[in-house]
Design a protein around this ligand. Structure first.
Ligand SMILES: NC(=O)c1ccc[n+]([C@@H]2O[C@H](COP(=O)([O-])OP(=O)(O)OC[C@H]3O[C@@H](n4cnc5c(N)ncnc54)[C@H](O)[C@@H]3O)[C@@H](O)[C@H]2O)c1
Length: 389
């Protein structure tokens, strides 16, 4: 596979090295955002639509799609916060910067307003600026707060300490296979277990502490509406992914998110509000594409779910989040642990059994027959604005 050939629709070519794409096609990103907006506008109205929505991590993946559904299907004013780099003399910026631009310039067809703040959401001053800008713009107190951050590091709000997240197993090394996204070849991978500091750092970055700080700040500023709903995203997945995810550093961070949901439930009780973790489907996003050993699983999942007509992207997951969970009459459907389960179709036993069969005895010769790596790569390229080869 030639990963640096000229893309058919653009003069800019994707350049992939070590699983990272170093080029961006801004026009392709604008088209991707517009496609979601067009689809969102065609959906039937939401039963109890949100009116004022804050999306933390609004520029890509789950956050972007949630924002599009809230604004373009629900008609809500949306305030988005994300950490992206604008283009400069020597760099193209980051994909999310173009996604934000495309969203802010688009027409949802319902006069919904959008404000996008680019800044480090972990910093207290960005929380203060968000509240100030939303109030000055006359945003109603938020009735929905989506927490969709996926970050490599976080500065401690009270000191100069920088916490870094690490995607590692705990206790034992992980030995498995992955697919090199640049070459499309199956490769062995060994990942050493995390140190205590890496475990602690990942919990600080990807756990729920910052989610709680956001809700506390919004509450103190009277920027939460009665009945407010806040949702943070998590992942569980099947046991074949647990060594690197659920039983690893990320899993510890997601367990902390569950604790934070319980703490937030108490904070929001006087407002009759709800704090929920939503367990979502495994998909190719900027965040997930750096998780080692996920490409084979996601490619097998794509193959199986597409074959069964069950496949969803971030957009379809966001549709179900708002339409079938957050905006219905009556209680929000949750599992025994109180979590929203948008991974319900991924985790169907028949899907998981078939996925496991697809992953058995994987080689370079049978990879494209057994898995949908083509679909994985297409999604990966789309994150950077490129069409498939
Ligand atoms: N992708 C998956 O397969 C998957 C599955 C289930 C759950 N999730 C969870 O969904 C959430 C969102 O992940 P995603 O896959 O959509 O990721 P993504 O990379 O597409 O989006 C991450 C967002 O976080 C923002 N961000 C990162 N650091 C920031 C900072 N310091 N300040 C402000 N914004 C910052 C980015 O700008 C971006 O908008 C994560 O919690 C992730 O664990 C992802």
């Amino acid at each position: 596979m030639n990963t640096s050939s000229t893309n058919n629709n653009s003069a800019i070519a994707p350049k992939i090295r070590n699983g990272i794409c170093f080029t961006i096609n801004p026009e392709g990103l604008a088209r991707m955002v517009q496609r979601q907006i067009t689809a969102a506008r065609k959906l039937p109205p939401l039963q109890n639509p949100p009116k004022s929505v804050l999306v933390l991590g609004c520029s890509g993946g789950y956050g972007l799609s949630s924002r599009i559904i809230a604004a373009c299907t629900g008609g809500a004013d949306t305030f988005g916060v994300s950490f992206e780099r604008s283009p400069g003399d020597a760099n193209q910026g980051t994909p999310g910067w173009y996604n934000n631009l495309a969203f802010d310039n688009a027409d949802c067809g319902n006069n919904s307003r959008s404000i996008t703040l680019v800044g480090d959401a972990f910093l207290p001053e960005v929380k203060t600026a968000t509240i100030k800008q939303a109030q000055e713009a006359g945003f109603a107190p938020f009735d929905t707060v989506i927490y969709s951050l996926a970050a490599p590091q976080r500065k401690d709000p009270h000191s100069d300490t920088i916490y870094r997240s690490a995607i590692r197993p705990i206790g034992e090394p992980f030995r498995g296979i992955t697919i090199n996204v640049g070459t499309g070849h199956v490769v062995d991978v060994v990942i050493n277990p995390a140190t205590e500091e890496e475990i602690k750092g990942t919990i600080k970055v990807m756990g729920g502490e910052d989610w709680e700080l956001w809700l506390q700040a919004l509450n103190s500023a009277n920027m939460l509406a009665p009945g407010v709903k806040t949702v943070a995203f998590s992942y569980i997945g099947p046991s074949c992914t647990w060594p690197i995810y659920r039983s690893g550093t990320l899993g510890r961070a997601k367990a902390h998110l569950d604790q934070s949901a319980r703490s937030l439930q108490q904070l929001l009780a006087p407002l009759n509000g709800t704090a929920l973790v939503s367990v979502n489907k495994a998909l190719v996003t900027r965040a997930s594409s750096v998780i080692p050993a996920m490409p084979p699983y996601i490619s097998a999942l794509y193959a199986e779910m597409k074959e069964r007509g069950l496949h969803e992207g971030c957009f379809e997951q966001a549709v179900r989040l708002f339409r079938d969970r957050l905006c219905t009459d009556g209680p929000i459907p949750v599992d025994a642990e109180g979590r929203i389960r948008l991974d319900d179709w991924e985790m169907l036993p028949e899907v998981q059994q078939a996925v496991a069969r697809r992953l058995e005895g994987l080689t370079n010769d049978n990879l494209h027959h057994k898995l949908d790596f083509k679909g994985y790569l297409a999604d990966f390229l789309e994150l950077h604005g490129f069409d498939s080869f």
